[in-house]
Design a binder for this molecule. Structure first.
Ligand code: DON
Length: 554
């Protein structure tokens, strides 16, 4: 069309089949870092689809948000393929090393040794992210890894400017980062947190990424990189062996689904607890006509359904390849009806017992959401667990290892860094995946499709609930990501809340109902959300105002 008139464009738009983004839009990406969002868009512009962009965004985040996720970690990628409606969750979760055992973190008296599952090589599970990205590219993408990893390789080699968030995270983990020469060299300058705008270069990571670009999965899990990983971990007291890496596989899992007020949620399956807990909470809330209650009672009800769903998490959930779980029952609306039977409108239900929680909160992990012009979508939450993971960079690889082993229950009933307790289902076993709270989600409404998720440890799932309740009230992505948050996870038996989430009057009334309150000094979470309005083809997105991310529709 050389002589385009506005009239012709209008005709073209009217002729578009329903269910495709508007012709002028190539896609939408929301991620926790502007450089990742921009790199993802560049790949869409080069003819890549949402799955190619997902490889690029994850790889760039691994470089520019080293405190949140990376090739030394894992995650879950929820995919929707527009061509045939196929949906799947890629499980790239870390596994326990084959030499791990259930008492790995206990001393001779059976007590949990503080820090052992959080800092250093023993804390690290076998990474899944490199395998997941290779799988995503080979099975669903259109472009070679050499193209989709190129932006990350360049940023690792040339460097990126340090921002305030990097500084805060590095400050938090400074003592641990200083323990290891390769970590110091990669992330600190003169043994200190780098100043604002200092350039962080990661040439060894660039080289590892280059090998992955050339050889895919095997570039990481076999050959020189694998050998260096195992040697480096063992030299620093760890228990990895070559078969740990050679045997690592991504698993394709059927997502978990549920319905709330006509909206269909598709979310993370085990070994994430996310989808099950989210759908249980929504099923329970569906028993109440929330609109008819004053706000304080609504919040009381939301807390009570959180309490019940998180109790089931602790009791039943773990790696589906190791434990039998009553998943169908846990997400059944009739079961939810049973759960709500002892909810009282005028009193909090006490949680059964109260172990000592550590009260620490993570501020890392990352989420991104992508929709491309064909309607393919990706919702991905990735993690190395605590800020800067285990703080251990394996010499000669540039790979910062996760400390995801802390997501196992070190001992039944002993809380992890998020105060979460677990039982037998989530005990450590060789090769087992640790239970997660990561909850990448799609929600389909009459009008369109939402793609959303967030980091935030145990609070991830309740943040998704707040986001979906905001969607049910008619809000758009801005409303979902910015809504003030409160959280209850069964144990410890307290409501934590952000400044502004509970009015003074509500706080008083909730305490009168028997709730214990824990006000937080600052906000939490970093939600990245998109909405595709199917009726007009319009894409919109928002990045959580609590973070430094960016949502772009192009
Ligand atoms: O998989 C999980 O549930 C945790 N490792 C996620 C950690 C996290 O979100 C940290 N927080 N902000």
């Amino acid at each position: 069309m050389r002589h385009q008139s506005p009239f012709l464009w209008l005709l073209l738009l009217l002729w578009l089949p329903p269910g495709l983004p508007a012709a002028q839009e190539r896609g939408a990406i929301a991620s926790a870092h502007p450089l990742a969002t921009e790199a993802g868009h560049a790949i869409l512009a080069q003819g890549g689809n949402a799955f190619d962009a997902a490889v690029t965004v994850a790889a760039v985040l691994a470089v520019v948000e080293p405190y949140s996720s990376g090739m030394g970690g894992g995650g879950f990628w929820l995919l929707h393929r527009a061509r045939d409606g196929f949906e799947v969750m890629l499980d790239g979760r870390e596994r326990a090393p084959l030499a791990a055992h259930r008492d790995l973190y206990l001393d001779s008296k059976g007590e949990v040794v503080p820090g052992l599952s959080v800092n250093g090589t023993l804390a690290a599970g076998i990474p899944g992210q490199p395998a997941a990205l290779a799988h995503l590219a080979a099975r669903y993408g259109r472009l070679p890894l050499a193209r989709t990893l190129a932006p990350a390789i360049r940023l690792a080699r040339e460097g990126f400017p340090v921002d305030g968030h990097y500084r805060r995270m590095a400050e938090w983990r400074l003592e641990q980062l200083r323990q290891w020469p390769a970590s110091k060299q990669q992330f600190l300058i003169d043994d200190a947190v780098p100043p604002l705008d200092a350039v962080v270069r990661q040439p060894q990571l660039a080289e590892t990424l280059r090998r992955m670009a050339e050889q895919g999965h095997d570039g990481f899990y076999r050959g020189p990189v694998a050998e260096r990983l195992v040697a480096g971990v063992r030299a620093a007291g760890g228990i990895w062996q070559l078969p740990d890496l050679a045997e690592y596989r991504v698993v394709e899992r059927e997502p978990v689904r549920g319905e709330y007020r006509g909206m269909k949620s598709t979310s993370a399956a085990p070994p994430s607890s996310g989808g099950i807990v989210l759908i249980s909470m929504l099923n329970q809330l569906a028993r109440f006509d929330l609109d008819k209650y004053p706000s304080v009672q609504r919040k009381h009800l939301v807390v009570e359904v959180m309490r019940r769903a998180y109790r089931d998490r602790a009791e039943y959930l773990g790696d589906p390849d190791f434990v039998d779980m009553p998943v169908a029952r846990l997400i059944d609306p009739d079961y939810a009806a049973g759960l709500t039977r002892d909810i009282q409108l005028d009193a909090a239900t006490p949680s059964r017992y109260q172990p000592a929680g550590t009260g620490l909160e993570g501020q890392d992990t990352t989420h991104y959401s992508i929709i491309d012009a064909e309607g393919n979508r990706v919702s991905a939450t990735l993690s190395i667990n605590y800020p800067f993971g285990s703080c251990f960079v394996v010499p000669g690889t540039g790979i910062l290892l996760n400390d995801e082993m802390d997501d196992f229950s070190a001992r039944p009933g002993a809380p992890n860094v998020y105060g979460l307790v677990g039982g037998e289902a989530n005990a450590i076993e060789p090769g087992k995946r640790m239970l997660s709270s990561m909850t990448p989600t799609f929600v389909e409404t009459d009008q369109g499709v939402a793609v959303l998720g967030t980091p935030g440890g145990s609070r991830i799932i309740s943040m998704l609930l707040h986001g979906i309740l905001a969607l049910a009230e008619g809000g758009g992505p801005e409303a979902w990501v910015s809504r003030p948050r409160y959280h209850h996870q069964y144990l410890p038996d307290v409501i934590q809340f952000e400044p502004g989430a509970l009015y003074t009057d509500e706080q008083r009334q909730l305490m009168e109902l028997g709730h214990k309150l824990k006000p937080l000094d600052s906000g939490y979470g970093n939600m990245q959300a998109l909405f595709w309005n199917r009726q007009d083809g319009h894409l919109s997105g928002a990045s959580d105002p609590r973070g430094i991310g960016k949502a772009v529709v192009e």
